[in-house]
Design a protein. Structure first.
Length: 291
């Protein structure tokens, strides 16, 4: 199947970054900015992504639809696309690239297939091309090979040659380690600050655990990501529970990110974060809602 037009939802940091690379690689890339934020409008313009207005227009004009959303929106978006596919009877490729559990991926697969669509399971690992990073999009399912033409050095589509749920499962277990650790770092620093021990803890980590000290600095930008990671932790908890492992670790991580997202700096996003703020100031602000 020849792929000419790719619809990307939405124009968040990752979605706009992936869309921009696909545009540079010669594909016609479109999106729907209907009811989207001003930040999404700006990112779409920066990457020269065409706004086709409604979601219906996006579905009808696309050969491939990439769903790159906050995890909690993934199911509703698939249902909206499904209703359009049923009405139009057009066969489209729907790729769910969200941080969702294999169970949720299977549910979305059924929704898309029942509406005459082709479903591919996806999982993105790595940062956005907007930040100069080169993410890998793992893909699985019977039709994953249909995306071979999308592969490039800047965004690699990795066919796992396995069934629906494999790409999502890899994403879940990877993020369980990376973002789960970020939640542990943040919660530990916030607890130390509560007891007036933050500087002592940072000094000791710098002295005895320099690699951890370097890694823990990423907490300084966590306010811009926490809102997206709440649902992701809940999906990871579901994945762990289904595999007969404790879901409580990542339910706790979700609570940590929920607290951060509702803090005085929880409104920050990648493009608006205060890059001059020191980590001690960040932790105090994250805790300030409890004082």
């Amino acid at each position: 199947m020849k792929i000419n037009t790719i619809g990307v939802m939405s124009m968040g940091d990752m979605g706009s970054g992936v869309a921009g690379v696909l545009k540079q690689n010669g594909f016609n890339v479109i999106t729907s900015l209907e009811n989207r934020s001003n930040d999404s409008v700006i990112r779409a313009k920066e990457n020269k992504i065409t706004d086709v207005g409604s979601l219906r227009n996006l579905v009808e004009k696309s050969d491939v639809i990439l769903s790159i959303l906050v995890p909690s929106y993934a199911l509703n978006f698939a249902e909206e696309v499904s209703s359009i596919l049923i009405d139009s009877m057009q066969k489209k490729i729907f790729v769910d690239c969200n941080a969702i559990s294999p169970n949720t991926s299977e549910t979305i697969s059924n929704i898309i297939v029942e509406s005459n669509g082709v479903f591919i399971d996806g999982g993105i690992i790595g940062g956005s091309p907007r930040s100069g990073e080169k993410p890998r999009i793992y893909i699985s399912g019977e039709y994953a090979n249909l995306l071979e033409d999308l592969n490039s050095e800047d965004v690699e589509f990795v066919n796992m040659n396995s069934g629906i749920g494999s790409a999502s499962g890899l994403k879940m277990t990877y993020a369980a380690i990376t973002k789960g650790t970020a939640a542990l770092y943040a919660a530990s620093l916030m607890t130390a600050e509560h007891f007036g021990l933050l500087e002592n803890l940072l000094d000791e980590l710098n002295y005895s655990q320099p690699k951890v000290f370097d890694s823990i600095k990423t907490v300084n930008s966590i306010s811009a990501k926490a809102f997206r990671w709440i649902g992701e932790m809940e999906e990871i908890a579901d994945t762990f529970s289904f595999s007969n492992n404790s879901e409580k670790i990542h339910q706790g991580a979700a609570e940590t990110f929920r607290k951060i997202a509702t803090s005085p700096i929880g409104h920050e996003r990648v493009d608006s974060i205060d890059k001059n703020r020191k980590i001690i100031e960040t932790i105090k602000l994250l805790n300030s809602s409890e004082k």
